[in-house]
Design a protein around this ligand. Sequence first.
Ligand SMILES: [Cu+2]
Length: 184
Amino acid sequence: MIHRLFRRSAPGHRPFARLHGEEILAATLFALCLLVLSAQHILAHEYKVGDLLIDHPWARATTHGADRGAGFMAIHNGGTTADRLLSATASFAKRVEVQQMGMKDGLMRLVPVREGLEIAPGATLLLEPSASRIVFFDLKEPLKEAEMLDATLTFEKAGKVPVQFQIEAIGATALDKLHHPFGQ
Ligand SMILES: [Cu+2]
């Protein structure tokens, strides 16, 4: 990768051993940046099942005494037929609901999905704080930052998929957490 980078910036493509000092410095910095980036995502996780790619399921840490939590992720459908996220269960919650924004009593609010959330062919379903989410009810204990917690997602076609939710800070937002730049 570094080699390719230099080819682009130095059309003469000299052998690596003959790079100038500042190029070696640049390469070192570049490698360090990669290390730092991957350290942030040391728990980087994604799940591939059939044509679906489930990117970084995460949930916000909860304060002591909070009885519910919210989970988010991106789900990309690389196939040619639609699938649907129907439901979920979690080891750390007594009850789990997939919710989306919808009208209720004349107001936009989160409502449980009835027929699941569609993931159209080639599309990415984003579960993020401003939109759809998985809600964990009756938490067995507070969700603590940096924990990885077991859950199972159920899809209409892909079936049951075990995943782990990474617990992020209370104020964490969605898109900087994903491993793939979906929807950005
Ligand atoms: Cu991850």
